[in-house]
Ligand binder design. Structure first.
Ligand code: SF4
Length: 330
């Protein structure tokens, strides 16, 4: 029986899981994830995490606690940089995540700890994969094969996100051959950019199924991951100075793209209560939307107390207001 490696279904899971799943699988391991976020594992996370952690970090603690007795190894990387020759980093909570987890959660299984710093691009990733495989006492041809299969899976995953599939649908399709369903066409002439960090946008429990709610209201949704990479790069220098954080810059660049090149009816910024980077990102996007002819803008702030009714009411009010301004209802 294969050794089980745990990968919590939270934070970077929503953008990088396909690569790591294929990599470890090709090395002969079974990759096990926690169950989708629920009240049960979120409450576990709230209990384990420090009080001032943001919701996504608390959720990560919960998923780790759920997994710890089900696996023989736990993958716990420190995400530092992922863009080639770019100094932007992940937010400080990501940088300190392994330390937080080790200090908060008792009786963890042995950890695969590594710093993910891809400043030198795919070469850094290739070296990193060799280091990880080396720490698992693997030194043969399987490493190259695992690396290539990981890249292939990651490319297919990104292509699905670009078409508008949710991260979990894309993961299920790429890794487990679950057929993709058709993306429902909007019933009404309403298109919204729903922008924010992937672990908030794609965690259906944390965001109270925002995509389902908007689809039920007949709204077509656009995300950060749906922006073509070349178009995104075009807005890399749009601010006088870039922010320090990777996901924040991606969110801002996507907002520039949708405001300048895409006819959207409004922007919903999905954020976590108490998120430091988003205090800047949210305000910047609001100003950008205002400057661009007062494009309607709403912030949806999530925490462990966000209730379904409150979120639905806010979404409905925003969509109704947009219909009113478009003269569709009176
Ligand atoms: S960017 Fe914000 S939401 Fe994300 S981990 Fe950092 S503090 Fe939390």
């Amino acid at each position: 029986m294969s050794t089980k490696i745990g990968f919590p279904r939270a934070l970077f899971y929503y953008l990088y899981f396909p690569f790591w799943h294929q990599f470890f699988k090709e090395l002969g391991y079974e990759v096990v994830t926690s169950s989708p976020t629920s009240k049960l594992n979120m409450d576990m996370g709230i209990k384990e995490a420090v009080n001032d952690a943001c919701l996504p970090v608390k959720i990560y603690h919960g998923h780790t606690a759920e997994l710890k007795n089900k696996v023989e190894l736990l993958f716990l990387p420190r995400m530092i940089r992922v863009r080639k020759y770019d100094t932007e980093t992940f937010c400080p909570k990501f940088l300190g995540l392994p330390d937080m987890i080790k200090n908060s959660i008792q009786d963890l299984p042995p950890l695969i700890e590594t710093d993910i710093d891809l400043f030198r691009g795919k070469l850094s990733l290739w070296r990193l994969c060799h280091d990880i495989a080396g720490s698992l006492k693997i030194k043969d041809f399987r490493i190259e094969r695992a690396f290539l299969k990981g890249l292939l899976a990651q490319d297919r995953f990104k292509a699905c996100l670009a078409k508008g599939y949710l991260a979990q649908q894309a993961i299920d399709y790429v890794l487990y051959d679950t057929p993709l369903e058709d993306i429902p066409l909007p019933r009404q002439d309403m298109e919204l950019a729903v922008l924010g960090y992937p672990y908030l946008i794609y965690d259906n429990f944390a965001n109270e199924e925002i995509f389902v709610r908007l689809a039920q209201m007949g709204v077509k949704v656009w995300t950060v991951e749906m922006v073509p990479p070349l178009r995104m790069n075009r807005y890399k220098k749009s601010l006088p100075k870039n922010l320090f954080w990777n996901f924040s810059n991606r969110t801002i660049q996507a907002a520039f793209y949708y405001l300048n090149e895409h006819k959207i009816d409004g922007i919903i910024h999905v954020t976590a209560f108490g998120c430091g980077p988003d205090a800047v990102v949210g305000k910047l996007m609001e100003l950008m939307a205002k400057e661009k002819g007062r494009v309607p803008f709403m912030t949806l702030s999530l925490d462990e107390h966000s209730g379904q009714a409150g979120i639905i009411t806010r979404l409905e009010a925003f969509v109704d207001m947009l219909h009113l301004t478009k003269g569709k209802i009176s």
